[in-house]
Design a protein around this ligand. Structure first.
Ligand SMILES: [Zn+2]
Ligand SMILES: [Zn+2]
Length: 192
């Protein structure tokens, strides 16, 4: 499962502000942090930056944004009256910058109906036999009980080894895709 969010680059705080479902108001608080709140309950100690709404697409979640603040930039450009927040976009307000990215969380869920009969690449069984997880590359694996002991008879195919498609080692840690360009930011702000 992937969630869309904003990752603070300058200053970096290592946290993802994820978009909840439903219309949200994006504000900048007096602490200079960004905040998301339901449209009907904007924070009292912040300045409204934009209205945002999440939408699911085949390629994962997308955000729509209606700018409400003159300093807001997307990839360095003042956004149009309705702009898209897709992963990889750089959002800035003055000198502060955020990176739009998705956080992938390896949470087991029932196999999507259209994939129920597809075979698991590890055990060869149909995906519907157990809960599944989707690798960041898109491939599905059985993941019945991530915290099961090694002796338990569960279908934890995802944890059996590196992904056969993208070679990613199995891990249950959340992953940001795309990765925030922190190294690039260091290069740009430091020595050339
Ligand atoms: Zn399997
Ligand atoms: Zn993979």
């Amino acid at each position: 499962m992937k969630v869309l969010g904003l990752y603070s680059l300058a200053p970096a705080n290592g946290k993802l502000l994820s978009f909840p479902p439903g219309p949200q108001v994006l504000s900048i608080l007096s602490s200079a942090e960004l905040n998301l709140a339901p449209s009907e309950q904007p924070p009292t100690n912040g300045t409204t930056v934009a209205d945002v709404k999440l939408r699911d697409s085949n390629n994962g979640p997308l955000g729509y944004l209606i700018p409400r603040q003159g300093e807001l930039r997307l990839d360095g450009v003042a956004p149009l009256t309705l702009a898209m927040l897709h992963p990889g976009t750089l959002l800035s307000i003055g000198a502060r910058r955020w990176f739009v990215t998705t956080q992938w969380q390896p949470e087991p869920s029932p196999a999507p109906a259209e994939l129920a009969e597809r075979k698991c690449p590890v055990c060869g069984g149909e995906l519907k036999l157990a809960p599944v997880v989707q690798c960041t590359c898109g491939r599905y694996y059985h993941l019945e009980k991530p915290d099961a002991a090694a002796s338990e008879p569960v279908l934890n195919c995802f944890l059996a080894g590196a992904c056969g498609l993208c070679n990613r080692p199995p891990s249950l840690e959340p992953v940001l895709t795309p990765e925030p360009p922190e190294k690039l930011m260091d290069v740009v702000s430091g020595e050339w």
